[in-house]
Structure formats: C-alpha cells, structure tokens
Design a protein around this ligand. Structure first.
Ligand code: SAH
Length: 345
C-alpha cells in the first residue's frame, strides 16, 4: 500500500475528489500529517469515521522506528531508522546559530562509487520514496521536540539519481500548510548528474544547488569520482551556469581537502580558473575518515592558506565546521547499515 505522504497537496485534493469528498479535506489531512504529526487516520477527528475508513483502505502512513540514536560531543545527533521493509538509513540533526539543520538520505545505498565516501561502499538497494524522505524530518522533529529550519539533501544517496521523488518531497516540505520550510532553506548536493541539473534549473524551485567538486582537472576528478567519466568538469560547470542564470541563486561547490591529492597551490589556482566570475561559494571540507580507504586530512594551516588564497583571488570560500565525526555523522560517513558507536536508545 502506498503512503499518503507521497502526495503533494494538489495531488491529495485530486484524490479526495476521486473519493467523492470535498477538496478542503485534503488540507485537513495535510495539517494532521505535517503539523500534528498524526500516526494514524483515527487521530484525524475532524474527518468522518467513514472517510477515515476509506483512507485506511487506500493508504498507509509512513512511520519510522528509531533503531539507534547517537549524540556527538558537539551536539550533533545521528539516527538509524528502520523502514517498513526492514532496510535502514541514517539521518543527522545539526545545530547552527541560525537554527537546526537536518541532513536527509535520499537512497538506500548509492551507485556513484566516489572513492572517499562510505555511503557508496556497500552498494545500492533502492530509491527512497518521497514519504520516506520527508518522514526523516517528521521523526526527528518528533523525537527531539524541535522545529527544523533547514534541510540538506546530503545524506546517503545521490539526490538527482532519485530526481522525481526528491523534487516532489521538496514541494511537500515547502508547502506553507504543512512543514513550511522555504526552498531557500534547502540544499541539494550532487556528484554531478548534468542532465538533472538542467531539469532542476527548470523546475522553478529556489533551493540551493551544491556541487561535490573535489578536483579541478578531469583526470584527478575521474579517479576520485567515476561519474566524471560520464560528465566532464566543463559540462558540469556549464550546467551550473545555466542553474545560476535560471534561478539567480548562488551555487555552492564542496571541496574536501585530501592531503597530497587536491590540496596544493596548483589546485587552488585550478579552482580560481574554473570558478572566477561565477555567482558561487566554495565550501572547504576536511576529508573525513572512512573505514574502507585511507585518505589523510590536509593539515589545518594548509586549509587556512588554501581558503585565504581563494578569497584573495575573488572566490568566496569558507571552511565547513566539522560536526559529528566522533559518531561517524560527518560528511561522507553515513551508511545504510548499522554503524558502530554508543547506543543511546
Ligand atoms: N551524492 C551527493 C550527496 C551526498 S552529500 C553528493 O555527492 O553530493 C555528501 C557530501 O560529503 C558530498 O559533498 C560528498 O562529496 C562529501 N563527502 C563524501 N565523503 C567525504 C569524506 N570522506 N570527507 C568529506 N566529505 C565527504
């Protein structure tokens, strides 16, 4: 049975019409699901018993079981959720000065094969549904009794490889009658699925596009990220320029510094050559440890010099604060199966 959380408000209105009901019922259900966080149709007491019965016959309500919750010394929380088919995914809640940001997974496993990322190591199982993407927000908000203000599609999986479900999830999360998080408070990160970047630009959604760049020449990028064999850096940058033109939004480039691999002055010059004059921002990340491969972090002084050099040459660059690495909740450390660490729940 399909989850009712897979439908955006317009689709729900249509469904209610087909069920012989008034359209405004869809808004009532939307409120129950996303504001009251109801877990059953029986809680929806302003619907007739008959309508509740009809809904029960046709839909389920996605709900997660928390298998594990870990808390980092910096306050970051990582959840391991069990889905209805017994697969598991991870979700991370981070605290920033401006609010709470949630990092959601979009697939069970990942096909991309990036050499430095743990999410890809144990293979790909399936796409998450829109409901399963959204439920990560609802389950965390409920568990922590908080309101999330930002969503980053930077957990397990390649969001643009699950394009339709991710875009639909954004529309549902965005809806003012529900979770009501503005598109400008959402970031989609991609390893570089060029055709989908063009599609996203044409969607008329104002979310931030983040590109996992990590290298500035094709040989090096292809050796780290196999997707680069399919779409070169030049094609990727061209797609980003199209995204900027269509949305007027600043594109963010993620660049994980790996000692001896991509952290030299030449690499910084490569970035400047590539990005000069673009409406963009570079997010420097310390490469995080993963079990399967030993990439060493660039040293702190080098990272600061790298950032300063970019800034001095007209490229806005910041160093991303490392959060949750003690519980393997940092960039590139999420996995689709139970991780190690302290079990709190
Ligand atoms: N598949 C998408 C979404 C994942 S986002 C993408 O590739 O963008 C996760 C971010 O963390 C990406 O920018 C990814 O490149 C980065 N990342 C992966 N492994 C990392 C590691 N070991 N250290 C630091 N960043 C890493």
């Amino acid at each position: 049975m399909t989850s009712i959380k897979n439908y955006n408000l317009n689709e729900l209105k249509q469904i209610f019409l087909e069920l012989g009901e008034k359209q405004y019922r869809a808004e009532q259900v939307f409120k129950w699901l996303y504001i009251d966080k109801a877990n059953s149709f029986d809680e929806m007491t302003n619907l007739s018993i008959e309508l509740r019965k009809k809904l029960k016959q046709n839909f389920e309500i996605t709900e997660y079981t928390i298998l594990k919750k870990q808390v980092s010394k910096d306050g970051t929380k990582k959840y391991l959720f069990r889905l209805s088919d017994k697969n598991t995914i991870e979700t991370v809640l981070m605290e920033y000065k401006y609010g709470k940001s949630i990092c959601v997974s979009t697939q069970i496993g990942c096909k991309m094969g990036c050499k430095f990322c743990a999410s890809t190591g144990i293979g790909f199982v399936r796409n998450l549904t829109s409901a399963e993407i959204i439920e990560q927000i609802l389950a965390v908000e409920k568990d922590e009794n908080v309101k999330v203000s930002n969503v980053v599609f930077m957990g397990i999986g390649e969001p643009l490889d699950n394009y339709d479900n991710v875009v639909n999830a954004i529309r549902i999360i965005n809806n003012q009658k529900g979770i009501n998080i503005g598109a400008r408070h959402m970031s989609i990160s991609t390893s570089g699925l060029v055709p989908r970047i063009y599609n996203l630009a044409d969607e008329n959604i104002q979310c931030t596009l983040s590109i996992s760049l990590h290298a500035t020449n094709n040989k090096k990028r292809s050796s780290l990220m196999p997707i680069n064999n399919l779409y070169s850096i030049e094609e990727l940058i061209k797609a980003c320029k199209y995204y900027i033109k269509k949305t007027n939004r600043r594109v963010s480039f993620e660049y994980a510094l790996i000692k001896g691999e991509n952290d030299t002055l030449d690499d910084a010059k490569g970035l400047i050559r590539l990005l000069k004059g673009m409406l963009c921002h570079v997010n420097l990340i310390q490469v995080n440890k993963i079990e399967t491969r030993l990439f060493e972090k660039s040293n702190n002084e080098n990272i600061i010099n790298f950032r300063n050099y970019l800034n001095e040459n007209g490229i806005v660059a910041t160093i991303r604060r490392e959060l949750g690495s003690d519980i393997e909740a940092a960039c590139g450390q999420l996995r689709r199966s139970a991780a190690t660490g302290n079990v709190l729940k």
